[in-house]
Design a protein around this ligand. Structure first.
Ligand code: HAM
Length: 430
């Protein structure tokens, strides 16, 4: 490769540029405000963890752990992994900081990048972002419906109205073995149609076969038993209570008996929120209950439930109909001559510190070039100051919308501009 050629970013990774980042911030603000209304608090977890955390938490025989993790041994020989999701890390933190001892019920949210080495395509990246919410310490079904309501409301607030919540129950360690046995019997009889991955998985983790996209496996699974038909009494009551309270809350959902999730930790409620806006990559959020995970990771028995929204996918949908403008430039100072530029620089710093977005060109440029730049930036007002104006003790303030100009005494510039923008801000706040 030519050593002077520009370096491109890593395949499946992407930049979020100014113009898009305003939309991302808007979505983040909407999510955070909603999470806080529901009593969630932010947790920030590291981007890298010991590989074992995900292997144990997500499951050794899953696509994520077998094929997709960015795992490497660091210079000290430790096996580390860039986090493919946030749930296992949040549980690790809950255990490590002995949170259960002070108050076992915790509601967390976190927003940040995750890493999975999947085949990149529209809506699927190798570094992608999730908006993640987790409730630890509550076993009852109300936590499930509250969380699903929360996810549903987030989409509503962002004007994404065509979402469908697909819901299933994945049972628990009491009822799942019976289901697994029935599934394994079918898999044995259909072994010749299974893909090599599923042939290998059918004994270790038969549930994963239900998830496989290969045509042979799909056909073999058409008559597969459904876990919902195997639920024990407790899981069935739990599921009925979730659907009942969701109906009570007017949260639309569809029971999807085929829904299984790609991570092994789920128990009972599992759900995905889908939209037509994305084509094939239609799941914009996924989650469920994971009552055994904290214990699997070495903590006390702790029921839990959570979900993660695919931020990139959500931003694509919201961005198709919503434009969040960048913050406009309040004032542009067009200064001509060294003395004027020196004073303009001082004023522009003072005004920025006072919260008024102020721009200028510090180089020697014609008034025409400076006005062009003010226009390009969409400045609300332009202050025009040359040596002659300064000698007179006045400068010119031009309203770029009305084109009206007025003379301002030099000593009154800062207060006039500050008053003007506090007036404009107060008006826009009403
Ligand atoms: P997940 O279904 O693997 O669940 O991911 C949640 C969402 O992240 C997906 O519905 C999708 O929108 C987005 N997503 C996943 N992979 C990609 C990708 N490669 N590119 C773009 N977006 C992607 C989890 O991660 C669980 N930790 C959710 C959870 C939280 N369960 C309980 N608590």
């Amino acid at each position: 490769m030519d050593p002077s050629s520009p370096i491109q970013l890593v395949k499946g990774f992407k930049d979020i540029l100014p113009g898009e980042s305003e939309l991302w911030q808007y979505i983040e603000r909407t999510a955070i405000s909603l999470f806080e209304d529901f009593g969630f608090r932010e947790i920030r977890i590291p981007i890298m963890e010991k590989t074992e955390l995900f292997a144990r938490g997500i499951g050794e025989v899953t696509d994520i752990v077998e094929k997709e993790m960015y795992t490497f041994s660091d210079r000290g020989g430790d096996m580390l992994t860039l986090r493919p999701e946030a749930t296992a890390s949040i549980c690790r933190s809950y255990i490590q900081h002995k949170m259960a001892a002070q108050d076992p019920v915790r509601k967390f949210y976190t927003i940040g990048p995750m890493f999975r080495r999947e085949r990149p395509q529209k809506g699927r990246y190798r570094q992608f972002y999730q908006i993640d919410a987790e409730v630890l310490g509550i076993a009852g079904p109300h936590a499930d419906s509250e969380l699903i309501l929360l996810a549903h409301t987030l989409f509503q607030r962002l004007a994404v109205t065509d979402t469908v919540c697909r819901l299933n129950s994945l049972g628990c360690p009491v009822c799942r073995p019976k289901f697994k046995a029935a599934l394994s019997a079918l898999l044995d009889s259909a072994a010749s149609s299974l893909c090599p991955d599923c042939l290998r998985r059918k004994d270790k983790n038969p549930l994963r076969v239900l998830d496989c996209k290969a045509a042979g496996c799909r056909a073999a699974m058409e008559d597969a038993p459904m876990i919902i038909d195997f639920l024990c009494d407790e899981c069935r009551c739990h599921f009925e209570a979730v659907t009942d309270t969701l109906s009570q809350l007017n949260v639309p959902f569809e029971i999807d008996k085929h829904l299984v999730r790609g991570l092994d930790y789920y128990t009972r409620t599992a759900f995905e929120i889908q939209t037509h806006a994305l084509g094939a990559q239609s799941a914009v959020a996924g989650g469920g209950r994971y009552d055994g995970l904290v214990e699997v990771l070495g903590g006390p028995p702790t029921p839990a439930i959570g979900f993660a929204v695919g931020f990139d996918r959500l931003a694509e949908i919201v961005g198709a109909t919503t434009v969040i403008p960048a913050r406009p430039v309040d004032l542009f100072i067009a200064a001509l001559g060294d003395t004027a530029r020196r004073l303009a620089f001082e004023w522009s710093m003072t005004l920025k510190l006072a919260g008024i977005t102020t721009e200028m060109i510090v180089d020697d440029k014609s008034l025409k070039a400076q006005m062009k730049q003010a226009n390009r930036l969409g400045a609300n007002q332009v202050l025009i100051m040359g040596e002659a104006e300064l000698a007179d003790g006045t400068v010119v303030l031009r309203d770029m919308a009305t084109k009206a100009q007025r003379d301002i005494p030099v000593e009154a510039v800062l207060t006039t501009v500050t008053d003007l923008f506090s007036g404009i801000r107060n008006k826009t706040c009403v």
